[in-house]
Design a protein around this ligand. Structure first.
Ligand SMILES: C[S@@+](CC[C@H](N)C(=O)[O-])C[C@H]1O[C@@H](n2cnc3c(N)ncnc32)[C@H](O)[C@@H]1O
Length: 276
């Protein structure tokens, strides 16, 4: 098995399109929830190092400047939680937020919540790039949706189909710690449709210039291949057969387009905004 880099790696183009979505589309959505409430209950599931979550909290405050915010963070990784707390300590102006830290998986938190018999309802829950890690995404999503206030929303973000297929190409030889499945929004949408659960979807279009991946020995190409496969030193350590398979996959027209001689990989993600 090749060594998996680290959960939470993200390529810059993907990160940027997520930030664009959060700054352009999300503010109006955040403005539409919890009107007139003195406290807004929000939650991050698989919050990671908190970078995206803190951005969301700041936008929420802009829309509801008089409301206090209570944020439940559900994150099993102690390393991630420490990074989150370090980031928080360097981020001024968040004194309207109370943080409840839950160092546990989404499923452990579900059990914990049921034990507490809490009546608390959530105005907004983010589940960004995390549903791959749970055993039963439908059960998990249904539980977190059940916590919503009547006009609350769950924001789910998952990779698009080219990304998911790339994981499948590497699957037999790359051990991705913690990843249980190559889930995409297509499966989640089918599930939501089958239950008549209302949602809106937003494609977060993103292209990554991977031209250098096809030049053996090119340093930038090496770094990109590491990011794409999430394997440290992929070009040096992967068996030739896997390298050929990955490069052939990346070049396929359904995964990449060629513009002015540059090869652009479709690393789009998709956001679903799910109603209560
Ligand atoms: C790709 S990161 C996404 C982090 C963050 N949501 C973001 O978008 O910046 C996935 C996160 O899910 C966490 N995670 C892994 N297994 C989990 C589980 N079973 N329940 C909840 N979170 C989990 C990981 O520790 C990691 O922080």
């Amino acid at each position: 098995m090749l060594s998996f880099a680290a959960s939470g790696w993200r390529i810059p183009a993907e990160h940027q399109c997520m930030k664009d979505f959060i700054h352009t589309t999300l503010p109006d959505i955040l403005g539409s929830i919890g009107a007139g409430e003195s406290t807004l209950n929000v939650m991050g599931v698989g919050s990671g190092s908190g970078e995206i979550e803190l951005e969301i909290l700041k936008l929420l405050h802009k829309k509801h400047p008089d409301a206090k915010v209570e944020n439940d963070v559900v994150e099993p990784s102690n390393v991630m939680l420490n990074k989150y707390k370090a980031l928080l300590s360097k981020t001024p102006g968040l004194d309207y937020v109370t943080f409840n830290w839950n160092e546990m998986t989404a499923t452990e938190f579900e059990k914990e919540w049921k034990k507490r018999k809490s009546e608390k309802k959530m105005h907004f829950i983010n589940m960004i790039q995390m549903l791959y890690y749970v055993e039963d995404p439908e059960v998990t999503l249904s539980f977190y949706r059940s916590l919503l206030h009547k006009d609350g929303k769950v924001l789910l973000i998952l990779v698009g189909s080219a990304w998911a297929r790339l994981s499948e190409v590497c699957d037999d030889q790359v051990c991705k710690e913690g990843i249980v499945q190559n889930l995409t929004t297509s499966e989640v949408k089918s599930f939501l449709d089958s239950k008549n659960i209302p949602y809106k979807n937003y494609k977060l279009q993103s292209l990554l210039d991977i031209t250098e991946c096809f030049t053996p020995g090119d340093e930038k190409g090496d770094r990109l291949l590491d990011l794409l496969t999430e394997v440290i030193e992929f070009r040096k350590t992967a068996p030739t057969e896997l390298k050929d398979r990955v490069l052939e996959f990346l070049k396929r027209p359904e995964n990449s387009q060629t513009v002015n001689g540059r090869i652009l990989f479709d690393c789009s993600t998709e956001a679903l905004l799910i109603d209560a």
